[in-house]
Design a protein around this ligand. Structure first.
Ligand code: NAD
Length: 496
């Protein structure tokens, strides 16, 4: 149940440098998942209003594109400074709307800032290449040019970081940009855009439209949007990729995940337990890089089973703004009941519930949507639980006799966002790095999140597209190549 606040702020859109009241007919509550409090009302913006944002971005493009890259990055230096100064305020907003702890919120914002820093290198990163005398007296040059209007559609679980996988690179490359954040967590980006407003960007270069499917479809169908970046669940990622493609747009779509970690008997078990516990239960398991299935090999089975259950049972669950809280709620009542019913289904299919987080009651947070850490043992590799993205604080344990069998579990998965190995063997690590069927690999790492200067490399059903987010891939994605071949008559140069 939510506690309705009659005065809950009605959110606006940021279009053409103005905070604009939305004419949407449908609105949705933004709810603090720890307390049930309604924080704001978000407009589900319709296609006509999204079109106005696209037209504003299109009108701003010709002048922005002509602005030298060195000048285009100056607002980003200012943005970095403002994000640093306001990281606590942003972190609090993030925790209130998303539920993760204040420390997790601030850690996420550090990743956002890192992407702004990397995009400040665009004058170097955006350079092309050339060769003189490809034939006698003829020179050839590749130059990169921006695309025009580009848009990003982002999920609820990293409200502060994921928009910044795209925005800084897009505008530094000379594009104009529209963000459609998750309608469940629009407040962090509202604050970030208030900071962006102070950075001296010309109007229309960055725009923010709130909404859901109708706003997404409007971006996908409008002929002036040249490229779409999407992060969210796999069914929506596939839909966005297909519709963007059908409309002739460039698209990069990051989808869901089901991440495995393999624990070999020679791993440092204490370190492995601590790191895997943080990966599985941090952010209440609502990370696309959260470990969801732990595959123990040989005698690692018993040691790890006991140590992870013990570590998980000690985690302090509550309101992420309270001191000492290590894990917050899941995002909605629907999420909570979906996660709890998946635990129940796993149990019915023969898994043993070593630690049961269902029916959690948190003092002073009775209206919150909490699921406590849950550990399931003996999960059948062919069960629904082993294949389905749970997106909650649930770790499934499976056992393998050797590395071949363990790697076979990973091969079966439809997803390929991340795979991790815990070992002290260099050759096992090398084999894993070589063979594991995922785009982000961790060796004795629980959340293998690439730094901003590396691509965020999901594979299989975790990614649709060619160029990933962040770093050099972002520059490839947000530019198109033009090749110029030149010949100048000698007689002409002799005139001067
Ligand atoms: P979601 O797919 O429900 O929503 C993502 C975005 O798509 C939101 O902006 C939403 O408004 C929009 N959307 C939702 N349904 C739509 C529809 N039918 N048509 C058009 N647009 C639609 O995802 P979520 O629940 O916000 O986020 C969690 C998911 O995101 C998980 O599956 C998680 O694994 C994934 N994720 C992936 C990565 C990655 O890097 N691969 C990163 C973070 C999250």
């Amino acid at each position: 149940m939510t506690v309705a606040t009659p005065a809950a702020t009605k959110l606006t859109n940021y279009i053409n440098g103005q905070w604009t009241e939305s004419s949407a007919t449908a609105w949705q509550d933004v709810v603090n998942p720890a307390t049930g409090e309604v924080l704001a009302r978000v407009p589900l913006t319709d296609a006509a209003e999204v079109s106005r944002a696209i037209e504003a971005a299109a009108a701003a493009y010709p002048e922005w594109r002509r602005t030298p890259p060195e000048d285009r990055i100056q607002p980003l230096f200012k943005l970095k400074q403002l994000l640093e100064e306001h990281v606590d305020g942003l972190g609090r907003i993030l925790t209130q709307e998303n539920g993760k702890t204040f420390a997790e919120g601030k850690a996420e914002l550090r990743r956002a800032i890192e992407n702004v820093e990397v995009a400040c290198g665009i004058p170097t990163m955006m350079q092309g290449y050339n060769l003189e005398d490809v034939a006698r007296g003829i020179d050839e040059t590749m130059i990169r040019q921006p695309l025009g209007v580009v848009a990003a559609i982002t999920p609820f679980n990293f409200p502060g970081m994921i928009p910044f996988w795209f925005l800084p690179y897009a505008i530094a490359c000379g594009n104009t940009f529209i963000l459609k954040p998750s309608e469940r967590v629009p407040l962090t980006m509202r604050r970030a855009f208030e900071l962006l407003e102070q950075c001296g960007l010309p109007k229309g270069v960055v725009n923010l439209v709130n909404g859901g499917k109708a706003a997404v479809d409007a971006l996908l169908d409008h002929p002036k949007v040249r490229a779409i970046s999407f992060v969210g669940s796999t069914p929506v990622a596939k839909y966005v990729y297909a519709r963007a493609g059908a409309n002739g747009k460039r698209a990069q779509c990051q989808g869901g995940a089901k991440n495995h970690v393999i624990i070999l008997p020679d791993a440092d078990m204490q370190m492995a337990t601590q790191i895997i516990s943080d990966s599985a239960f941090g952010c209440a398991g609502q990370r696309c890089l959260a470990v969801s299935v732990a595959v123990t090999v040989g005698e690692a089975q018993k040691t790890f089973r006991d140590s992870i259950t013990d570590a998980a049972s000690k985690l302090r669950v509550g309101n992420g703004l309270d001191d000492g809280v290590q894990m917050g709620p899941v995002i909605t009542p629907q999420s909570k009941s979906r996660i709890e019913s998946l635990i129940g289904a796993g149990e019915k299919q023969g898994a043993k519930v070593l630690l049961d987080g269902r029916g959690a009651r948190i003092p002073k947070c009775e209206a919150g949507t909490f699921v406590k850490p849950t550990v399931l043992d003996g999960v059948s590799p062919t069960s629904e639980l082993a294949d389905t993205e749970i997106f909650g604080p649930v770790l499934s344990l499976v056992h393998a006799d050797d590395m071949d069998e363990a790697l076979a579990f990973l091969e079966r998965s439809a997803y390929g966002n991340q795979a991790s190995l815990f070992t002290s063997s260099g050759s096992a690590a090398r084999r894993f790095r070589y063979e594991a069927p995922a785009g982000n690999i961790g060796i004795n790492i629980g959340v293998a999140a690439p730094m901003a200067y590396f691509p965020f490399s999901g594979w299989k059903d975790s990614f649709f597209g060619v160029m990933h987010g962040q770093g050099r891939d972002a520059v490839e994605f947000y530019t198109e190549k033009k090749v110029v071949i030149e010949r100048w008559a000698k007689e002409h140069s002799r005139k001067f």
